[in-house]
Design a protein around this ligand. Structure first.
Ligand code: 5GP
Ligand code: ZN
Length: 114
């Protein structure tokens, strides 16, 4: 998708602080961090929202979680915990329409979110 911010980051057209990259997904620091750790994991494939995840995408979406858990562990968050969130459309606050898993950690968090 040519006009997608996260595709541009994936392609190196917009700079980002990349923390993970493999053949299925990549991760970078959120530009507006909501916690000491706030990393965004995206599939390399452009998928606009959770509503658009196809059967063939299931492995890639699962891969986001295992990659996020690896980064959380590397940053020492495994024991105290962390939050993984994927927002879908307006009511959830999705602003970038290329699915992404937020890894948020390093402070206590309330539930439910506002
Ligand atoms: P959403 O609200 O769609 O779930 O999350 C989008 C996230 O992307 C937000 O947390 C926002 O701060 C982040 N973001 C928006 N633009 C950029 C950017 O240009 N670079 C990076 N690294 N993050 C961005
Ligand atoms: Zn995209």
């Amino acid at each position: 998708m040519s006009n997608c911010l996260f595709c541009k980051i994936r392609d190196g057209l917009i700079p980002a602080r990349v923390v993970h990259r493999d053949d299925v997904c990549m991760a970078f620091e959120d530009i507006n961090p909501q916690a000491p750790t706030h990393v965004v994991f995206i599939p390399l494939k452009h998928i606009p929202t959770v509503n658009d995840i196809a059967q063939e995408d299931r492995e890639a979406v699962g891969h986001l979680y295992t990659a996020a858990a690896q980064v959380a562990k590397a940053r020492g968050h495994s024991e105290k915990g962390y939050r993984l969130v994927m927002n879908c459309n307006d009511d959830a606050g999705q602003t970038v329409f290329h699915i992404h898993l937020h890894l948020i950690a390093g402070r206590p968090m309330g539930w439910p979110p506002g």
